[in-house]
Design a protein around this ligand. Sequence first.
Ligand code: ATP
Ligand code: MG
Length: 366
Amino acid sequence: MIATRLSLRDFRSYSAADVRLGPGLTVVSGRNGAGKTNLLEAIYFACTGRSCRTANEREVVRFGAELTRLELACEDALGRHEISVGFKPGDAKRLKADGAPVDNLVGVSARPLVSVFLPDRLELVLGAPALRRSHLDQVVAALWPARAGTRRAYSAALAQRNALLASIRAGRASKASLPAWDAELARHGIALMADRDATVERLRPRFAEHAAGLGLEGEVELRYRPRSKAADAAGLVAELAERVESDLERGFTGHGPHRDDLAFRREGRELRAYGSRGQQRLGLLSLLLAEREELAAERGSAPLLLLDDVMSELDATRRERLTSLLRRDGQAVITTTELEHVPGSDADDVEKIFIEGGRALQGVEA
Ligand SMILES: Nc1ncnc2c1ncn2[C@@H]1O[C@H](COP(=O)(O)OP(=O)(O)OP(=O)(O)O)[C@@H](O)[C@H]1O
Ligand SMILES: [Mg+2]
């Protein structure tokens, strides 16, 4: 499934825009503040009904406007589709797929999956483990939608166990009720760990391949780091039992997959601590590219890649490598202040959008 055209009204800096997206690479260029990231965000918003940039979604409605509307035309081998999103702060969103209202766009097959790289996504490499866990769980859910419930079931069991620990601590409940919850937590925990492990195992070879291809030198590795060593639910129950005193002292569960991490390593050392900024960027890109290929293999359709300002910290060789990879397979939209930063962008197979004076122009050298 590819996106072919985006039309919008009153989104961020745009009063109206209507742009074509290429089946391969589309380059959005313009000076700082022109509205490039806004356009990328609009594509994401049209695909998912959410912003990839802010939790305060009223920000996306153009200053002075009441509501924003976006329409995204898509296409696959079987035909054309259309997604539309209407958003008025304070009201429920109006989402439609092929003309029919839907509650959300998550499971909608009329649109491509999207994968987005914003500069602040480097937090995925640099930030707290919770970000990596939640990203990993999103990949699990994208690869195998039926398994999305595992994480929720685990979180619910964890919340129950924590509530019980607090009650025992306060003398309002007895320890005798713990084992039942431990078994429940362990059952979901083992399933969650198995999903995460399977996902990382699938991503690992592609990750290493992309890292090498993009010029991240040395031995580069993606590794799942579960907190628990348990091989089955009984093992995890035993680990929980060993730590029950410290859990009771703290009032929450200190052990289990809610403490897992995902490590990006180069030459045996964490990219997070020792990598250069460019290396960290390449690590993140390698992960997104690996995910895209696995999704394409599993779901039969590659996600649309949205890459914001990804070239600015890369040298000429690495820009070249990334661009040729992006032109080779899948659909991608990339923003840049300088067209020269995207080598080969003058080729016919690359769609170009120029942002100027608050408008998105196409087919004219601005
Ligand atoms: N809701 C809104 N209504 C109108 N304008 C907005 C709104 N939100 C943001 N803007 C404007 O959008 C502009 C920024 O756009 P954007 O972030 O897309 O720039 P950019 O082209 O990505 O720039 P850079 O190269 O610096 O990343 C700012 O001038 C900002 O004032
Ligand atoms: Mg920007």
